[in-house]
Design a protein around this ligand. Structure first.
Ligand code: FES
Ligand code: FES
Length: 159
C-alpha cells in the first residue's frame, strides 16, 4: 500500500506521505501546520477535532488517511475568506461563544455544515445538532445565541 495520499485541503490539491494508517488529525496538525483542529479526547467523544470531509462532519482523530484519498477536507482555516471571518466566527466572538477556544473550531465547523443544510433550525434542533461537540467553558448559552444571531441575519438577508 502506498504511503502517498492525494486529497484536497481547503480547496487546494495536496499530498501527504504520512502513510495510510496515520490519523487525519495528526497529518493536519503536524504535516500541514493547521493547528486550528484540536485534540481533546482522541476517542471520537468530544468533537474538538471535527473537520468536514466532502461536506460531512467527521472526527479527525478517528479517520485514517487511507479513507481520505480523493476526498475534500475542510478545516477551520478554510472557512474564513482571507482576513474576513465567516459570520459564524464573528458571532461566536461577539456573543460570548468562545472562552478557552479548545472546542471552538470543531463547534464552528459543525455549526456551518448544519446551517448550510438547514438554514432555519429552531432552538431544539440547534441543541440536538451540536450535542456531539462538548464545551467545558461557556455553558453553551453564548454558542446557541451566536447561531441564532447568524440564522436571524440570514433570514433578514433573504427577506
Ligand atoms: Fe476527536 Fe475528541 S479529539 S472526538
Ligand atoms: Fe473552552 Fe468550549 S470554550 S471548551
Amino acid at each position: 500500500m502506498s504511503d502517498t495520499t492525494r486529497f484536497a485541503l481547503n480547496g487546494e490539491a495536496v499530498e501527504s506521505q504520512a502513510g495510510p494508517m496515520a490519523r487525519l488529525l495528526d497529518v493536519l496538525r503536524t504535516e500541514f501546520r493547521l493547528t486550528g483542529t484540536k485534540e481533546g479526547c482522541g476517542e471520537g467523544e468530544c468533537g474538538a477535532c471535527s473537520v468536514l470531509v466532502d461536506g460531512t462532519v467527521v472526527c479527525a482523530c478517528l479517520v485514517p488517511m487511507v479513507q481520505i484519498a480523493g476526498r475534500s477536507v475542510e478545516t477551520i482555516e478554510g472557512i474564513a475568506h482571507g482576513v474576513d471571518l465567516d459570520p459564524l466566527q464573528e458571532a461566536f466572538i461577539s456573543e460570548g461563544g468562545v472562552q478557552c477556544g479548545a472546542c471552538t473550531p470543531g463547534m464552528v465547523l459543525t455549526a456551518r455544515a448544519f446551517l448550510d443544510k438547514n438554514p432555519n433550525p429552531d432552538h431544539s434542533e440547534i441543541r440536538e445538532h451540536l450535542a456531539g461537540n462538548l464545551c467545558r467553558c461557556t455553558g453553551y448559552v453564548g454558542i446557541y445565541r451566536a447561531m441564532e444571531r447568524v440564522i436571524a441575519d440570514m433570514q433578514g438577508d433573504a427577506s
